[in-house]
Write a new protein. Structure first.
Length: 171
């Protein structure tokens, strides 16, 4: 008995090769897009002109809190501006001082180290002209997400998760 429907071998091979080629181009564009995003994040970090946008606060002695307001840490070569909330124990306080981690530092050390283990960068910022924070330890990942740990002289440590974004403030 003869088959009712015959597909010529050439048409079948053409269809398979077309599918294979189109899927190969799709993979390359995803990899190229990821490489472009990684280069943008590295460029932000190297330029020392970016913003860490906090999404979650992780206090040492409590539960994590999703942040619904716009909290951030702006970093430029000239200054570090912190507008972050604080949840936890304060060992001392100054009357009239803000309750969160709100400060501007114009005198600070900024060091970057590539972190091959976590596939990103470790950034250490040590403000010298504020008592609000002793050290800001920012771990940035190649996909743009980041973790921030804040060590303070008069408060328990607190961590934040979020992402990096370009600094849109005018110089």
């Amino acid at each position: 008995m003869k088959p009712f429907f015959k597909i010529p071998l050439a048409i079948l091979l053409l269809a398979i090769s077309t599918c294979w080629i189109s899927s190969s181009f799709g993979q390359d564009s995803k990899e190229e897009k990821r490489a472009k995003e990684e280069a943008e994040i590295k460029s932000l970090i190297d330029s020392q002109n970016f913003v860490f946008k906090a999404q979650t606060a992780l206090p040492m002695g409590g539960r994590s809190r999703q942040l619904t307001s716009d909290y951030d840490l702006k970093i430029t070569k000239e200054e570090v501006v912190s507008y972050l909330p604080y949840f936890g124990r304060a060992y001392s306080s100054t009357p009239g001082a803000p309750g969160g981690l709100e400060f501007t530092s114009k005198d600070f050390d900024y060091t970057i180290k590539e972190n091959k283990k976590d596939n990103g960068w470790d950034i250490v910022i040590k403000p010298k002209d504020t008592q609000q924070a002793r050290e800001l330890y920012l771990t940035a990942f190649k996909n743009g997400s980041a973790n921030l740990q804040v060590s303070s002289n008069d408060k328990q440590n607190i961590s934040f998760t979020g992402y990096l974004a370009p600094n849109k403030t005018k110089k």
